[in-house]
Design a protein around this ligand. Structure first.
Ligand code: GRG
Length: 305
C-alpha cells in the first residue's frame, strides 16, 4: 500500500483496515442468518455472496466518515452492513446471464452458478430489501431524522439515478461505436461513484455533519468513485492475471469503451491522480481527522486488485 501522500505521517492504513475489517466481517456474518428452516436456502445464497470476501471499501468509508465527524463505529455499523448488502446484490445481478454472464466473482463461482439463476435473482432482491430493514431496525442512539436521511439516500443510490440507471446506460452503450468520455463518466458516476458517495455521506450524516460538511464529503466520494473506475481500467491492462485473479487485458479483447482506450494509459494515470488530489482537497477542513479517508483515496488508485 502506498500511503506516503497522506497528511498525518504516522497514520498506517494497514493497521486501520485491520482494526475495522474484523468488526465489519462479524457484523456482516450475523446479518443474513436464517432463523427458520424454510429460509435456509435463500439465506445460504445471500450469505454465500455477502461473505465471499470483498475489499469492504464501502463499509470502511462509511465508518471512517462517521468517525471523522466525531461519531462512533457502532452507530455507523448497520449502515456499513447495508452498503455491503446493496453492493453484493448489484454484483449478483451484474453476473447473471442476462447481464455480464460471469462464472467467477471474487475468485469463487458466482451465485447463479452455485444456486441457479432463479435463486440468485431472489437472493439479490432479498439482500436489497434486507439492507433497508437492517438500517431501520439496528441503528441505535442516532436521531431518527438522520436515519431517515440515510435510508432515503440508500434507496436513491440503487434507483434510476444510481446503480440501476447506470447499468441501463452501460447496456445501451455496450458494443456501440463512439461512446464518448462524457457517457463513460455518466455510467461510472452512477454505477460506481453513487454508492461510494452514499457510503461517505451517510457515515458523515450519522456522525452529525452540517449540510456544508455533507457536500464536501459527497464531492470527495464522487471524485474517488470516478478515480476507482479509471484505476480499474488501468489495472485491466497493466496488472498480471495472477495479481487480479482474472484475465488481464480482457477489455482489450472486447468492444467495451474504457478510459485507457479513450485517453491512453499515461493520460488515464494522470487523470486518476488528478481526481484523487481533488478529492483529498475537499477534506482539508477536517484536518488530521481526515487521515483514514485520505489514505483510502490513495489506496484506490494505488491498489493492485
Ligand atoms: C437490481 C436494482 C438493481 C440494481 C443492480 C447490476 C446493476 C444493477 C448494477 C451494476 C453495478 C455494478 C456491478 C457496478 C460495478 C461496481 C464495482 C466497481 C464493483 C467492484 O467493486 P469492488 O472492487 O469489489 O469494491 P469487491 O469485490 O472488493 O467488493
Amino acid at each position: 500500500l502506498n500511503v506516503a501522500a497522506t497528511t498525518a505521517s504516522d497514520f498506517s492504513l494497514d493497521e486501520y483496515l485491520k482494526s475495522k475489517l474484523g468488526p465489519i466481517e462479524r457484523a456482516l456474518e450475523g446479518s443474513v442468518a436464517s432463523r427458520i428452516p424454510q429460509t435456509d436456502r435463500i439465506c445460504e445464497a445471500m450469505s454465500y455472496s455477502l461473505m465471499a470476501g470483498g475489499k469492504r471499501i464501502r463499509p470502511v468509508l462509511c465508518i471512517a466518515a462517521c468517525e471523522m465527524l466525531g461519531g462512533n463505529q457502532d452507530d455507523a455499523m448497520p449502515t456499513a452492513v447495508a452498503l455491503e448488502m446493496i453492493h453484493t446484490m448489484s454484483l449478483i445481478h451484474d453476473d447473471l446471464p442476462a447481464m455480464d454472464d460471469d462464472d467467477l466473482r471474487r475468485g469463487k463461482p458466482t451465485c447463479h452458478v452455485v444456486y441457479g439463476e432463479d435463486v440468485a435473482i431472489l437472493a439479490g432482491d432479498a439482500l436489497l430489501s434486507t439492507s433497508f430493514e437492517h438500517v431501520a431496525r439496528h441503528t441505535k442512539g442516532v436521531p431518527a431524522d438522520r436515519v431517515l436521511d440515510v435510508i432515503a439516500r440508500l434507496g436513491k443510490s440503487v434507483g434510476a439515478e444510481g446503480l440501476a440507471g447506470g447499468q441501463v446506460m452501460d447496456l445501451e452503450c455496450e458494443g456501440k461505436a463512439g461512446t464518448t468520455l462524457d457517457e463513460l463518466k455518466w455510467i461510472h458516476l452512477h454505477k460506481t461513484a453513487t454508492l461510494l458517495q452514499v457510503a461517505v455521506a451517510s457515515g458523515a450524516i450519522i456522525g452529525g455533519a452540517t449540510p456544508e460538511e455533507i457536500v464536501a464529503c459527497e464531492k470527495f466520494a464522487m471524485d474517488i468513485g470516478l478515480a476507482f473506475q479509471v484505476a480499474d481500467d488501468i489495472l485491466d491492462v497493466t496488472a498480471s492475471s495472477e495479481d487480479l485473479g482474472k484475465t488481464a487485458g480482457k477489455d482489450e479483447a472486447t468492444d467495451k469503451t474504457t478510459y485507457v482506450k479513450l485517453l491512453g494509459l499515461e493520460e488515464s494515470k494522470r487523470y486518476a491522480r488528478e481526481l484523487i488530489d481533488g478529492a483529498k482537497g475537499c477534506l482539508a477542513p477536517f484536518g488530521d481527522r481526515a487521515a483514514p479517508l485520505l489514505a483510502i483515496a490513495d489506496f484506490i488508485v494505488d491498489r493492485k486488485n
